[in-house]
Each structure stands twice: as structure tokens, then as C-alpha cells.
Ligand binder design. Structure first.
Ligand SMILES: [Zn+2]
Length: 269
């Protein structure tokens, strides 16, 4: 029985996956993500329903646009498969099963999926533009907020003070970022990274976040070393541009956070 459940979870993951690519592409250019129909970025032809079925459409169309034959990057297919796999692994990590389903586990799973979706979109945009999108973070905070209210009312969680502390800190950082840094025209990336960490603390707790930060620091060191090696090997290639290139810290935080959250779930569930 359970593998029907996991096939279903994989399909949901793949659907989310095709939404991630759309969100990562459209949010930074302030395009509508829910009402405007998907279109081919080359020929602008609106896509039909059967052009947008994750994975299957890609395979049947041979990785090309039906209307202009433009190649669709394999990245889209890989992202859809990958997010399907991650949703399945997340479900397995909390031992989701039809035979002994508990509503607490199911509710955690649903909010977990929303959390992973938020983190993925933040990671994708940060990797492309080195920018933390506040509207996406806001969506995440609302989801986690609803989950907190659920924990308080239904599961009588008494550890509410930590949520309150992180929420107050997030609001203060957000005020600082929007009210002060943006008005002064200063870079708010560091502050936005701190807000992202507060968001992670709310849903994945302190232990996961400590590991997340440690692994991110290691990733940043490796990133810088590789960057330096690349520059010294290609002395003549855009030297100035490479040196000024910012490191997508948010991207590394997001990837390590999701990995560690799932690993620790395997241990505690
Ligand atoms: Zn096209």
C-alpha cells in the first residue's frame, strides 16, 4: 500500500519542482506566478496543459519546445526529478505510512513540504541573483506561523517562548533591513541572511541550525578556494569581475538546512 502513497508524494514533488523553476525565473522580475499561464521564453507561445506535465512532457517533446523547437534546458527535468525524490525522502524520514498514520505526522509533513518549497525558491533565486527575496520569506513566515498556532492549540506545545523570541528578532531585522538599510541605499544582504536563519530556527530548531551554519561556513571556504584557484588559472579572464563576485550564502544555508533536517528526522522519528 505504502508505495502508492510514495508515488503520489513523488508526483506532488515533481509538480512543485516545475513550479520552483517558474518562481525562480519570475519572482525577481516581478512577474505574476499564479495567474499568468506558462509560456516559452523564446517564442512566447502559451503552453497547453499537456506541455506542462512534469517529467512526462519533457520526455515526450524530446526536450524541445513544441512550437519553435527551442531546446529546453535539461536542468528543468533534473529539478523536477530531484524535488520529487526529496519529497519522497522527507516522507520516508518521518516514517509516513498509510497503515499507522497519525494526524500529527501528517500535519508536520504538510507544513514540512511548504517549508521545503519556500527554502528551495529562496535557494534558487539566491544562486542566480545573490539576493534573498523578502516576499518569499514572508510566505514562509505565514506558513510557519499557522503551524505554530496549530502546535499551541492542538498539541499543547509549551515551548512557545522560543517562537516569540525568533519572531520578534525577525521583525526587528526586517524593520532594520527595509526601514534603515534600503532607505540609506545600503546593501541589506547580511541582514536578510540573518532573517533567513531566524526562519530556519522557527521550523527546524536549534540543533539543525547549528549544523546548518557549520556546514555553510565550510561550503563558503571551499567556494572561496575554488574561486581563487579559478582566477589564478585564468589570469586573463574577467579577473576583476570574478574577485567581486558575491558568494550565495543563502543558497548554501538552504541546501545544508534541508539535508540536515531530513537526516535528523531519520534519527528522531
Ligand atoms: Zn518556443
Amino acid at each position: 500500500m505504502d508505495y502508492i502513497l510514495y508515488v503520489l508524494i513523488f508526483i506532488i514533488g515533481a509538480l512543485f519542482g516545475s513550479f520552483f523553476t517558474l518562481a525562480v525565473y519570475r519572482i525577481p522580475i516581478r512577474q505574476d506566478i499564479t495567474h499568468t499561464r506558462s509560456y516559452c521564453p523564446k517564442c512566447n507561445h502559451k503552453l497547453k496543459f499537456w506541455d506542462m506535465i512534469p517529467i512526462i512532457s519533457y520526455i515526450f517533446l524530446g526536450g524541445k519546445c513544441r512550437y519553435c523547437n527551442e531546446r529546453i534546458r535539461i536542468r528543468y527535468l533534473l529539478l523536477e526529478v530531484l524535488s520529487g525524490i526529496i519529497f519522497v525522502v522527507f516522507g520516508a524520514s518521518i516514517k509516513l505510512s498509510i497503515a499507522n498514520i497519525q494526524y500529527q505526522t501528517l500535519v508536520y509533513f504538510i507544513f514540512g513540504i511548504l517549508y521545503i518549497a519556500t527554502i528551495f525558491i529562496i535557494a534558487g533565486i539566491d544562486k542566480e541573483n545573490v539576493k534573498i527575496e523578502k516576499p518569499v520569506l514572508l510566505f514562509g513566515f505565514i506558513c510557519v506561523g499557522i503551524y505554530m498556532i496549530y502546535l499551541y492549540i492542538v498539541e499543547n506545545d509549551t515551548n512557545m517562548y522560543r517562537y516569540v523570541i525568533y519572531l520578534i528578532l525577525s521583525c526587528l531585522l526586517l524593520l532594520f533591513s527595509i526601514g534603515y538599510l534600503r532607505k540609506k541605499g545600503k546593501d541589506s544582504y547580511t541582514t536578510d541572511i540573518l532573517i533567513l536563519i531566524m526562519f530556519m530556527l522557527l521550523f527546524t530548531y536549534e540543533v539543525v541550525c547549528i549544523y546548518t551554519v557549520i556546514i555553510t561556513l565550510i561550503a563558503i571556504v571551499i567556494h572561496s578556494i575554488l574561486n581563487k584557484l579559478y582566477i589564478s588559472k585564468n589570469r586573463f579572464v574577467k579577473k576583476i569581475k570574478m574577485e567581486n563576485e558575491k558568494i550565495p550564502v543563502g543558497f548554501y544555508l538552504c541546501i545544508s538546512n534541508i539535508t540536515i533536517m531530513i537526516l535528523i528526522n531519520f534519527i528522531i522519528f
